[in-house]
Design a protein around this ligand. Structure first.
Ligand code: ATP
Ligand code: MG
Length: 189
């Protein structure tokens, strides 16, 4: 059993890319959001942040059960990928989207301004990237820029990188925005 993880900030394309990758590799795709709901791991709604609250212990149990039952390769996508036990993880893709593009995508979803800002700031800082590196280590974590390409092109890159992980590179929006002279537009303090 081995797991291909797909993580990233909201709106970076996890669900879309995972479904294409799953189809190309002929493996099942597990959404952690769907799994958390199915297993009853989402408690009350956080009204201020307009999001459900996940019971992490509950979701870990559900993941272990689901992944161990499979005994085949699976794609797992969503937030909370850090809850997947590292021993079963083959490779981790963190999808990244330029903060200006991400802001547009999230605004189009009808998110409130504060929810857009919170998520865009997390992408600028690279929260998902750092968490994944902490949990799974440099060698397993690869980053994919989904800002200006079709989802299927991102998937082709992922398949190439699985054959040749050394070709991966790190993405640093903070540095890039500084060079573009617009870091202040994306960080409030
Ligand atoms: N290169 C790309 N890769 C992935 N998605 C892209 C790309 N370009 C544009 N998109 C679009 O970005 C949107 C991202 O949607 P998606 O729901 O897959 O994100 P997500 O990361 O799963 O978000 P959430 O965390 O809220 O579930 C989709 O409308 C998708 O078509
Ligand atoms: Mg999704």
């Amino acid at each position: 059993m081995s797991v291909i993880l797909i993580g990233g900030s909201p709106g970076t394309g996890k669900t879309k890319v995972a479904s294409i990758l799953g189809a190309k590799l002929s493996v099942e795709v597990i959404s952690l959001t769907v799994l958390a709901e199915k297993a009853g791991c989402i408690s009350m709604k956080d009204k201020v942040r307009d999001t459900g609250i996940i019971n992490e212990d509950c979701l870990v149990d559900a993941i272990v059960k689901e992944v161990e039952e499979k005994r085949t390769r699976v794609v797992v996508e969503g937030h909370y990928i850090d809850l997947v036990p590292g021993g079963s993880v083959e490779i981790v893709f963190i999808l990244r989207t330029h903060p200006a593009v991400l802001r547009e995508r999230l605004a189009k979803r009808g998110y409130t301004e504060s929810k857009v800002n919170e998520n865009v700031e997390a992408e600028v800082i690279g929260v998902c990237q750092m968490d994944a590196l902490d949990s799974f280590g440099e060698a397993k974590v690869l980053e994919i820029d989904t800002s200006h390409r079709k989802p299927s092109d991102s998937v082709d890159t992922m398949i190439e990188l699985m054959k040749n992980p050394a070709q991966g590179n790190r993405i640093d929006w903070m540095h890039q925005l500084e060079q573009e002279g617009r870091l202040e537009d994306f960080l409030r303090d």
